[in-house]
Design a protein around this ligand. Structure first.
Ligand SMILES: [Fe+2]
Ligand SMILES: [Fe+2]
Length: 407
């Protein structure tokens, strides 16, 4: 069978840019398509099977940011790259953070660098295509995707209108849910958030924790609650929740060790850690038989859950969880942390947060805090591990802080 040629689409409103790309790449082994606007680019997608799209940012009519956003929605397996002279342009940085494009190529480009990036991206596209088909099959087998938890949805709506909403109103809304209120009070009084005085009202808890943490805690609490307790041998929901909480705390502490990080990054790492393994909850709830097989295979072959998931399901809790988080329109740092926490080097956005969750996931298993369902402790990416400069003393102090902070 002939190997199908990969295809690259270039979109730029300047004809001379398209011409020089055509000249430069004419003897490369991939098919090329060219369009001088976003609208025409989308037309090409309607007719051709595209693997990689490289788009200019500044274009009249539909700009590159809007164009790649649409491509992401319509053709999620296609790798997307910005070609832009405005690397520091706020909108581009924002679009990269939101995952509209995975990479940015400078304009003017260096010929060899451009070719290298395209080759790498096509390799990535090949992998995504294979994985995506298996994931899609699994997702399609669900009659309906689990809906976003109700309490979270209400609070999220309220937070979206933050300029016109008071803390009292947010607190009132949270108080309607007693178990979430209790959870927020427990965290507000924990060592992790350094309270010296007793926090005894939800309003005070919201002020102490901050809105990012509150949102993350409500989300994770309601997700854990909404998973009906279906059993799987070797997977205990309680110890799994401990694993998730410990991972959130550890990721926050790791971020605080890095230079140039802001308190917001610590909060985001905490939430991402809480939710990183959400895909396993979907597996235990909706693919219970397969999940039981995964656990047995992991144990019998002494391999990680991730490897066993590939064998049994053809996809993983990273992919399933990432898909669901995206479907729920969760913030992109959470989607990325869920999607890439075992392969942190493959994601270019939210790098520190993903790195912290990746290392935290391994550390809490070394500390034997809770259980992720793994029988053997997975290994961390050595380069990413090295970023945190984890000396014996630091490890001991992190472990101590995590133990003190567990609520
Ligand atoms: Fe995981
Ligand atoms: Fe984990």
């Amino acid at each position: 069978m002939a190997i199908e040629q990969q295809a690259v689409l270039f979109v730029d409103d300047e004809q001379n840019v398209l011409n020089s790309l055509k000249r430069l790449l004419h003897d490369e082994p991939w098919d090329m398509f060219f369009a001088d606007s976003g609208v025409k680019g989308l037309e090409v997608f309607g007719k051709e099977k595209i693997d990689l799209v490289i788009s200019d940012v500044r274009m009249p009519g539909m700009d590159g940011i809007e164009f790649l956003k649409r491509v992401k929605q319509l053709y999620p397996h296609v790798v997307r790259i910005f070609l832009s002279g405005y690397a520091d342009h706020k909108a581009v940085v924002q679009a990269l953070a939101e995952g509209s494009a995975q990479q940015l190529l400078p304009k003017p480009w260096k010929d060899e660098e451009l070719k290298e990036v395209i080759r790498g991206a096509l390799k990535q596209a090949e992998g995504l295509q294979n994985k995506n088909e298996r994931l899609q099959k699994i997702i399609n087998s669900l009659t309906a995707l689990p809906s976003m938890p109700h309490t979270y949805l209400k609070v999220k709506k309220c937070l979206a209108d933050i300029d016109n909403v008071s803390i009292d109103q947010i607190a009132d809304l949270i108080e309607e849910d007693t178990s979430i209120s209790a959870e927020l009070l427990r965290w507000a009084n924990s060592a992790l958030f350094g309270q010296r005085y007793q926090v005894d009202t939800v309003k005070r808890a919201v002020l102490v924790l901050g809105l990012d943490i509150v949102e993350g805690l409500i989300l994770s609490e309601s997700v854990f609650r909404s998973v009906a307790p279906k059993a799987a041998e070797g997977f205990d929901l309680k110890t799994f929740q401990t694993h998730s909480i410990a991972c959130g705390i550890t990721a926050k502490l790791l971020i605080s060790e890095l230079p140039y990080m802001e308190p917001k990054d610590e909060d985001w790492a905490f939430t991402s850690g809480l939710l990183h393994d959400i895909g396993k909850l979907i597996e235990v709830r909706y693919f219970n038989e397969a999940f039981n097989k995964i656990l047995i295979t992991a144990r019998e072959k002494n391999i990680s859950i991730l490897k066993a998931e590939y064998e049994i399901l053809g996809t993983t809790h990273e992919e399933i969880g990432g898909y669901l988080a995206d479907w729920w329109s969760l913030p992109s740092f959470i989607v990325n942390a869920i999607r890439w926490h075992h392969e942190p080097a493959l994601c270019n956005a939210n790098r520190e947060i993903i790195a912290a969750v990746h290392v935290a996931d391994v550390l809490v298993q070394q500390f034997a805090l809770g259980s992720s369902g793994n029988y053997s402790i997975p290994e961390a990416d050595t380069e990413i591990w090295a970023r945190f400069n984890l000396t014996e003393e630091l490890l001991a102090s992190i472990k101590e802080s995590v133990l003190q902070s567990m609520v």
